[in-house]
Design a protein around this ligand. Structure first.
Ligand SMILES: *[C@@H]1O[C@H](CO)[C@@H](O)[C@H](O)[C@H]1NC(C)=O
Ligand SMILES: *[C@@H]1O[C@H](CO)[C@@H](O)[C@H](O)[C@H]1NC(C)=O
Ligand SMILES: *[C@@H]1O[C@H](CO)[C@@H](O)[C@H](O)[C@H]1NC(C)=O
Ligand SMILES: *[C@@H]1O[C@H](CO)[C@@H](O)[C@H](O)[C@H]1NC(C)=O
Ligand SMILES: *[C@@H]1O[C@H](CO)[C@@H](O)[C@H](O)[C@H]1NC(C)=O
Ligand SMILES: *[C@@H]1O[C@H](CO)[C@@H](O)[C@H](O)[C@H]1NC(C)=O
Length: 409
């Protein structure tokens, strides 16, 4: 079943108006978390409950993957977009100030009715680890740019029940933002390389996730700690790399790998040496490739597909085909440092947009209209479907293998 074009407009809306890298990196460059405090923070909050085995069910909704979880005692519902590069876990809180509050599907979290809620005082290690903090009546307040927009609120701790884990965690209790809507969820669940992401706070040395194909309705899963394992164990790991355009480009929240090459079927795609860094992302559904690589890939894909591209396309898409005419579409193979080969089948890059049309869900990085995006590739969530990704934070490696994500648990 195809996605109605209206849903794609939501994608364009979410993606193009609020999520361009230019906004994000400019913001993060200016407000980035301090380095070096991560160690001080590690394990401070959370060791109590997780016991190394955390399984978090996630589901697809409105072009993002979400986790439902609860905060507080008694528990109140929250839902967050799973953001692999996200800085923190945050949710909107009452009282959110009037128009500064975006519409969400569930009631606002109300700290006043949680007996375990604690606003973080100023001057603590946690508070000091937030670069854009300020102090108001001895409460630590903060501002953070997220993939959806600018947010501000109280740095707080409370009991969060995320999947099979329940622990006292730090989160952002957001009372103001410039976000109009996120189409349902109340915030984000950030997994990024920062002191107060879910991954860092749970003090795990590994995590993995496996995204079920978005159109199957099957559940996806995030595994934290000992539950994060690949079945085969025979895939080559690739090192997580640490290349940045500049020390403060804000991209150090991301998990990054080094691209050695791309093939479309057996045809190699030229990749400029300066454009080999790949950011892994679960917020963007589409991938972005540096323009030179993108143009070469587009050409190679067109040459293998016998049907001519459609004359009209939904907004945002650059290349579409009649659904019935793409049988010759090649697998794309991305090879990362260490000969780790990631196979992206046509079903992961030709998105069914309805009306008998499929479109290339890989775009040019030039679309991000940002100098910070020069030379960057981003691997989006559609291209990651049915591939299990394992991040080993001790060895600083990424491994992956094809999987039936909906059948893992
Ligand atoms: C956090 O993890 C590290 C590495 O496994 C371990 O040495 C440390 O004791 C953990 N800290 C806590 C508070 O659990
Ligand atoms: C997540 O929570 C929302 C709002 O309560 C609910 O409609 C939805 O069914 C839940 N989804 C899952 C997979 O639990
Ligand atoms: C902190 O708050 C004070 C008072 O509102 C304000 O003057 C100051 O600019 C703020 N500092 C930062 C870094 O935002
Ligand atoms: C998707 O987003 C739209 C627009 O914000 C919203 O009206 C709709 O309820 C959302 N759908 C789901 C399944 O959350
Ligand atoms: C990245 O590299 C810089 C400079 O070599 C280093 O100071 C920093 O700790 C590295 N960061 C990570 C996450 O490895
Ligand atoms: C691209 O960036 C330039 C300079 O910041 C800006 O003037 C222009 O409007 C942007 N174009 C789009 C399509 O966002």
């Amino acid at each position: 079943m195809g996605r109605p074009v209206a849903a794609l407009l939501v994608l364009c809306l979410i993606y193009l108006t609020t999520c361009s890298l230019s906004t994000r990196t400019a913001a993060f460059g200016a407000h980035d978390l301090r380095r070096g405090l991560e160690r001080a923070m590690r394990g401070r909050l959370l060791a109590d409950a997780a016991e190394g085995v955390v399984v978090v069910p996630i589901h697809w909704s409105n072009f993002t993957y979400l986790a439902n979880y609860t905060i507080g005692t008694p528990p109140q519902a929250a839902s967050g977009i799973i953001d692999l590069a996200g800085e923190l876990v945050w949710t909107q809180c009452a009282p959110c100030r009037g128009s500064h509050c975006f519409k969400q599907e569930i009631p606002l979290f109300d700290p006043a009715t949680s007996s375990t809620f604690r606003a973080e005082p100023c001057g603590t290690t946690l508070c000091e680890s937030v670069p854009t903090r300020n102090c108001s009546s001895n409460v630590c307040i903060y501002e953070a740019f997220t993939n959806a927009g600018d947010t501000g609120g109280i740095v707080a701790t409370d009991t969060l029940a995320v999947g099979t884990a329940a622990a006292n965690l730090a989160f952002g209790c957001v009372v103001a933002s410039d976000i109009d809507t996120m189409g349902g969820p109340s915030g984000f669940v950030g997994l990024g390389r920062t002191p107060w992401s879910l991954v860092t706070q749970t003090n795990v040395t590994a995590f993995s996730y496996c995204l079920a194909p978005h159109d199957t309705g099957k559940k996806s899963t995030l595994f934290l700690g000992d539950s994060a394992k690949l079945a085969g164990g025979k895939s080559n790991p690739t090192p997580l790399v640490n290349t940045s355009a500049s020390p403060d480009d804000g991209l150090d929240h991301y998990y990054k790998v080094h691209l050695e090459g791309i093939k479309a079927g057996d045809a190699p795609i030229a990749t400029p040496p300066s454009g080999r860094t790949v950011l892994l992302d679960t917020f963007s559904p589409v991938s972005f490739l540096v323009d030179g690589t993108y143009q070469a890939l587009k050409k190679a894909v067109m040459s293998k597909i016998s049907a001519p591209p459609t004359a009209t396309r939904p907004p945002s898409f650059d290349l579409c085909f009649p659904k019935g005419g793409v049988s010759g579409a090649p697998d794309l193979v991305f090879t990362f440092q260490g000969s780790a080969a990631l196979t992206v089948p046509p079903s992961n890059y030709l998105l069914d947009v309805g009306d008998g049309t499929v479109c290339l869900a890989i775009w040019s990085s030039a679309r991000l209209n940002s100098t910070a995006a020069d030379g960057l590739n981003i691997l989006g969530s559609l291209q990651q479907e049915n591939i299990h990704f394992l991040f080993n934070l001790e060895k600083e490696t990424l491994s992956f293998e094809s999987a039936d994500c909906g059948a893992l648990s």
